[in-house]
Design a protein around this ligand. Sequence first.
Ligand code: GDP
Ligand code: IMO
Ligand code: MG
Length: 423
Amino acid sequence: MKVDVLLGMQWGDEGKGKIVDVLTPQYDIIARFQGGPNAGHTLEFNNIKHVLHTIPSGIFRPKAMNVIGSGVVVDPVILREEIESAMKLGADLHNNLLISKKAHLIMPSHRLLDKAYEEYKGASKIGSTQKGIGPTYTDRTARIGLRMGEIFSPNFVQKYNTTKAHHLKVMQGYNFTETNEEYEKQWFEAIEYLKAFNFIDSEIYVNKALNDGKSILAEGAQGSMLDVDYGSYPFVTSSNTLASGVCSGLGVAPSKIGKVYGIVKAYCTRVGSGPFPTELFDATGETLRRIGNEFGATTGRARRCGWLDLVALKYAVMLNGLTDIIITKADVLNDFDKLKVAVAYKINDKEVDYVPFEMNDEIEPVYVEFDGWKQDISKCQNEDDLPKPLKDYLKFIAKETGVKISYLSVGPDRVQTLKVNIE
Ligand code: GDP
Ligand code: IMO
Ligand code: MG
């Protein structure tokens, strides 16, 4: 068997959580491979709305096993809160959740460092979620990080203090004096709480599962344009959000990757700073935000909104080797008379059809206009029910990217999802 992959194709918040929950019945195992509690994945079913940050989005389907892979960074306080609230909804975390021993721990001082760096950057700040993601991945690369499996070591507190002392020195250099002793207390309590859950060598577990014929879906966090190597650097997150990140984050070989599903919001959003060529600063952007309820699932921040950007999308398709596109939030566009899609960028009066080295303010999008469908699609059940202007919009996306659209999401609930075949 192979690992199928599900990834965000834009700047995050494409609706990955919802779609993973919808696809989970087709899989034995759902595995997160990167990112951490900077993610906010929203699931809606049976009138429940639930946001997950670290736990894979398969957790509310009783038959699936959920793995927090070694490429993930974990804040024990946040994971504990997530476990407790998912258990209240009936999820069986003691049996259905497995945590990689190699996943790195986000320490309380990583959160402080995140804040210190952002404050120091001032106007050029990234707009980080300040969950300590960047500093934790930095320490992993610097080889001073703490891994989940070390919580069982008799030297754990000593190791913790060594790394913390390093952080304090760095913060002194920044004249950053804030502390978070209360959080640190909760952190150590959460570590004790988590010891009752299942810790595994996830790379061995995942490869054995594949050899045993089990099906696996890898759940991405963030989006391709936030990838640390190929996203809109430096306004990116600190992990590999692309399909390639599955290999390092789960310990599987490239030859073991199967389908690659790209989640594409029918328009674009971005939260935090950084370039966004199709961003709308007018009433249309405001309408997208209001109808799409575009406020961050993790930080509550208003998301920046704009038209679909095919230049950036084609780049993401190329980087990920997509086999299928899944379009979400098409219903948000129900009431628009006209829709626009960027097909090229104009830079210094020259038209380009690729993402340039610097994605800056000089980019002016070149748009193609589409008729809106002016109809409620949120109850559509199959492809034949879809209005023609929507089909034309979707066909254009499939044709331009060269990737078929295999699902369409028309509302936040599990049941508002159509299997389609649009090429
Ligand atoms: P993720 O980070 O990619 O999992 O996405 P988020 O959960 O952060 O943001 C997506 C938001 O859109 C959530 O509030 C979802 O409930 C909602 N959502 C997902 N799919 C659809 C859809 O097709 N239509 C509408 N209206 N909302 C959707
Ligand atoms: P999901 O999985 C949207 C953004 C932040 C910031 C930048 C760096 O829900 O799609 P970080 O905290 O990683 O240092 O922040 O990345 N960001 C996200 N934006 N969705 C996310 O996750 C994000 N995770 C990080 O807003 O601009
Ligand atoms: Mg999100």
